[in-house]
Design a protein around this ligand. Structure first.
Ligand code: NDP
Length: 450
């Protein structure tokens, strides 16, 4: 009989926490989970899932238009209800919340809808209860960082965008990362005039520059105003709208300012001082490759450790952790994590950018192809697709695979299997294409571009 209430207590029922709790319970551990907000975490409630629903919603107008080139007569008075979209999105999320509830309870783990804080390394305050656990996992995720300037109380964050009552007419977005680019594209397609302000010249800084160039051109062509190398110095509310002053001396009017300048770990309610938990220089929980913190029985994973803030990564980390808790000594391989930005056009990638590959290897071959999509071939509205492979010359391995264009995420997911398996360019060349498709371009790239 254990001296503790639980073998494992998980703080946070987001992607990583729920997977860890379910899997640990399946393996026979007694598991408790605390969640103070919503089941499924950021991804399900104010992230990936509702964002993708909004992206899908935003794509209809250009599809209606395109259908005319295929002979369809579409209604001339199209109208869009933000309210209906939000209501239906909320219904879907409520359904997913229930599924998460079921997943936790069916696994045998006990869920507490309450906040948790540390009393000591084995004892938690969960609401008004004291609960003990042999091992504790911190999987509390993160929150949007607040920008620092006068009037910053007027900005909204991505969480808020899922509940705004009305779409703004003029939206200024700060940042040039995943969230800024996705919201800029989807809001623009929903009819909002978007200004994207980034502190440097480079949006999506960590990604392949050639591919980012394609997205940038396309965003400009769609009417998004890019204000690069600039930052807000001050926001004032004037007659119901916002007057924004920039450090380069511009004055901009907008109805809403969305800040998307990165996310910070959720630690403020945990009372981590009571256990002396060590944080890294970014304020994230410091863990080793086994997700062990400096406190012997305490672990952390997902956004709170700030390695890759991606749902599938948190889930993979959780699975490795649970295997390790029951005796394995596995390490999650962070190489070749595929990822997508649901911009317009979509961008997906796995492996190295050309810039990183050039730094890392002496010689590389680059294969690039840009072409118009068959789906827009009958219309004036052209949609360009770009595919790119980066091949290491010494062993002919494909070390980077990138795509900008419709269905990029779906296609790169498949390519990621090949890259993870270490496929060479020869394997790509020997693979038969599916015709006519966009994805076949990846196996028909024969001439080196540079
Ligand atoms: P990102 O880290 O992607 O981008 C942050 C952006 O904000 C960068 O352009 C950065 O510029 C800029 N920035 C940082 N600090 C400041 C500052 N003080 N003032 C002005 N600009 C600043 O963060 P996001 O908030 O967009 O997204 C958070 C995370 O969520 C992502 O990293 C991603 O892991 C995840 N996510 C994933 C999605 C997906 O998988 N499709 C979708 C949405 C989010 P600089 O380049 O100069 O540093």
């Amino acid at each position: 009989m254990s001296q503790f209430d639980y073998d494992l207590f998980v703080i946070g029922a987001g992607s990583g926490g729920v997977r860890a709790a379910r899997m640990a319970a399946d393996k026979g551990l007694s598991v408790g989970v605390a969640e103070e907000r919503f089941l499924g975490g950021t991804c399900v409630n104010v992230g990936c899932v509702p964002k993708k629903l909004f992206v899908i919603a935003s794509q209809f107008p250009s599809k209606f238009k395109l259908s005319e080139s295929f002979g369809w007569q579409t209604a001339t008075n199209l109208s869009f209800s933000w309210e209906i979209l939000k209501q239906n999105k909320d219904k879907e999320i409520a359904r997913l919340n229930k599924i998460y509830d079921g997943l936790i309870s069916n696994s045998g783990a006990k869920l507490y809808h309450d906040s948790a804080s540390f009393l000591d390394e084995h004892t938690l305050n969960i609401g008004d209860k004291k609960i003990t656990a042999e091992k504790i996992l911190i999987a509390t995720g993160g929150h949007s960082r607040q920008p620092i300037f006068r009037g910053n109380e007027h900005v909204v964050h991505s969480d808020d965008m899922f509940a705004i009552e009305n779409l703004p007419k003029e939206l200024l977005i700060i940042g040039g990362g995943y969230i800024a680019i996705e919201f800029a594209c989807l809001m623009n397609k929903l009819g909002v005039h978007v200004i994207l302000m980034n502190r440097s010249q480079e949006i999506l800084r960590a990604f392949d520059r050639e591919m980012v160039g394609k997205i940038t051109q396309s965003m400009i062509a769609q009417g998004i105003d890019l204000q690069l190398n600039d930052e807000i110095s001050n926001i004032e509310k004037v007659n119901g709208s916002l007057s924004i002053q920039t450090i380069n001396g511009f004055q901009i009017r907008a109805d809403m300012v969305l800040s998307a300048i990165g996310r910070s770990p959720n630690l403020s309610n945990l009372k981590i001082d009571n256990i002396g938990l060590k944080l890294n220089k970014y304020g994230a929980v410091e863990v080793n490759k086994h997700y062990e913190t400096n406190v012997g029985n305490i672990y952390a994973l997902g956004d709170v450790i700030n390695r890759y803030q991606l749902t599938p990564v948190a889930i993979s980390e959780a699975m490795v952790l649970v295997e390790n808790l029951i005796g394995a000594r596995k390490i999650f391989d962070y190489e070749n994590i595929p990822t997508a930005i649901f911009s317009s056009p979509e961008f997906a990638t796995v492996g190295l950018s050309e810039e990183v590959a050039r730094q890392k290897f002496n010689e590389i071959d680059i294969f690039v192809s840009s072409f118009n999509s068959l789906s827009t071939s009958l219309s004036d509205q052209k949609s360009q697709i770009t595919v790119k492979l980066i091949v290491k010359k010494t062993d002919n391995k494909v070390v980077g695979c990138h795509m900008v264009g419709d269905h990029a995420a779906e296609i790169i997911q498949g390519m990621a299997v090949a890259i993870k398996a270490g496929a060479t360019k020869e394997v790509f060349d020997n693979t038969v294409g599916i015709h006519p498709s966009t994805a076949e371009e990846f196996v028909t790239l024969r001439s080196v571009t540079r």
